[in-house]
Write a protein that binds this ligand. Structure first.
Ligand SMILES: Cc1cc2nc3c(=O)[nH]c(=O)nc-3n(C[C@H](O)[C@H](O)[C@H](O)COP(=O)(O)OP(=O)(O)OC[C@H]3O[C@@H](n4cnc5c(N)ncnc54)[C@H](O)[C@@H]3O)c2cc1C
Length: 314
């Protein structure tokens, strides 16, 4: 039996949670789900799992990693799960590491494939996704997180029953918790969820140089991203950074402008379905991952593309 920690938003499981459920299905046996926090019961009705366990507690209105860890352990032990799987997102990873530590079991992070057995055989992404590791995991109860957007989310069955319970939480479980959220100044589409991302790199030249990047992103209903060279220069906030030490994105199309395509940058854009590069250098490393490229100055190319989009839309 495998328990999957399912994150949810707007009354539905997140895409990365569906990916985790898909990976968990390769372990065989019954798949249960665990949902925590406001909206969990509504989302549970859409989760393809035999039983969706829904933790309801007044203290769960905001993320508290130790509380989540306590709940994961409580459900895993009460229902006799052999493994616990979660999406490799910041919150779920935080909670899973704490849960595994509580009961002295190992956590394997960033798994992309698993074969059932004892020990479990795993394939994991390492070094920001630039290499794959084959590993074995010896555990009484294995804890796995799944690399976001590395596994295609495939339906794993119809929703089953929903069982709501009140977890036992101590004051210590609630010491670390989210107290406030500050919306990004631009509002609009979040980088992690955007279907279109237009990114500017050092080639943009300045903070003001981002105007054509912002204009194109707005016309396409997308989000603006940037490289670390840009955040290090203070042109954009770190929340805009794509990459190994920034946000991992998975848009339908990724338009990278004035970005060389360093390994650490591409580590965050591996989930993109298509990459379009705009760069003055035809030999830039980004060309090896881009499906389309425009060789030219972004300050000429982007305004021309935006003007054409506006003309076609009348
Ligand atoms: C531990 C570690 C973690 C890191 N994490 C990240 C990360 O999360 N994200 C990240 O982005 N980087 C990260 N980096 C940094 C990374 O190695 C690169 O240094 C960085 O991505 C380079 O940014 P860039 O492509 O914008 O700049 P550059 O490499 O300087 O590339 C600029 C590009 O712009 C092109 N260009 C110049 N002018 C124009 C123009 N007018 N029009 C069109 N093209 C033009 C150039 O040909 C060039 O290809 C990390 C590094 C380390 C060591």
């Amino acid at each position: 039996m495998t328990l999957v920690l399912v994150e949810h938003a707007d009354g539905a499981p997140t895409e990365t949670s569906l990916q985790a459920l898909t990976l968990a299905s390769s372990l065989g046996g019954q798949i249960d789900a665990l949902l925590i926090g406001p909206g969990a019961a509504e989302a549970a009705a859409h989760v393809p799992a035999a039983v969706a366990h829904v933790a309801e507690h007044e203290a769960l209105s905001s993320f508290a990693p130790d509380a989540w860890a306590a709940i994961v352990v409580e459900v895993a032990e009460r229902t006799g799960q052999n493994a616990v799987v979660a999406p490799g997102t910041p919150h779920a990873t935080d909670a899973m590491a704490r849960a595994a530590t509580r009961i002295g079991e190992p956590l394997a992070a960033n798994v992309v494939a698993v074969t059932a057995g004892s020990p479990l055989q795993l394939t994991r992404t390492r070094w920001g996704g630039s290499l794959l590791e084959e590993a074995v995991l010896h555990a009484e109860r294995a804890f796995l997180t799944v690399t976001p957007h590395a596994v295609a989310a495939a339906a794993t069955g119809a929703p089953g029953s929903v069982e709501t319970f009140a977890p036992e939480l101590s004051d210590a479980d609630l010491v670390v918790r989210v107290n406030d959220r500050i919306a990004p100044p631009s509002g609009g589409v979040s980088l992690a969820d955007a279907k279109v991302v237009v990114t500017g790199g050092r080639g943009v030249g300045s903070a003001e140089g981002f105007a054509p990047v912002e204009e194109l992103a707005a016309l396409l209903g997308g989000a603006v991203g940037c490289s670390r060279a840009v955040t290090m220069s203070g042109w954009r906030p770190h929340t805009d950074q794509v990459g190994q030490t920034g946000t991992k994105i998975a848009p339908e199309i990724y338009i990278a402008c004035g970005v060389s395509g360093a390994t650490q940058h591409i580590a965050g854009a591996k989930g993109a379905k298509r990459i379009l590069a705009v760069n003055t250098d035809p030999e830039a490393p980004i060309m090896s991952v881009a499906e389309y490229a425009v060789i030219g100055d972004l300050h000429e190319v982007l305004p021309a593309v935006s003007a054409e989009l506006r003309r076609r839309r009348g």
